[in-house]
Design a protein around this ligand. Sequence first.
Ligand code: SME
Length: 202
Amino acid sequence: MPHADSALVPDSIASKTEFWEHVHSQIQALLEPEQRNWVTNLSNAASLVYNSLLAFPSHFGEGERAVNWCGFYLDAPLFPQRRISPESTTQSKPTTSRLLLGPFNGRPACQYINTTPGKARGVCADAFLQRRTVLVEDVEKYPGHIACDGATRSEIVCPLVLDDGNIVGVLDLDCLAVGAFNAEDKAGLEKIAELLVKSCDW
Ligand code: SME
């Protein structure tokens, strides 16, 4: 099967729970045991979730109710750093913690999110710092919500937590409809997050 076809959704899928089980199995099929690079695996996962949602309009609805963004924000130290010359090793450590934009599908989004306790703001920072899925029924009523796209109306952000308890980032989904996400989406995404953290080297 061509890789692109893994984002097709069979007509037999009738509920959100079935949909997420299907997407989970499609991600599992795409992952290869010897390929544990997080850029590679999260890139395909973002594309698969986003395009599967678009291929299953009964999940949210079409057009003005569709998913409009799916992607990852990752803890900044995971990204390749600029080489520090031996002379500058006395440089002090950065005092700001942040998530950087990772693999995603959708329109351009903010490049980083401040997660420094006391200065952090937004749904992604809250999910990251509290290590819990945050489900936002109406983004306009969420204090501190960061509007990367003014058309977004609801959002769900799921943390990526390793077995040892360390957190590496979050998975973020946005929708053009208010109240698009529910407990079935939360359960489905948390299972996908679990699969992805286990399938990559961090
Ligand atoms: N709305 C998010 C920012 C990321 S975008 O939705 C892609 C937030 O409040 O953290």
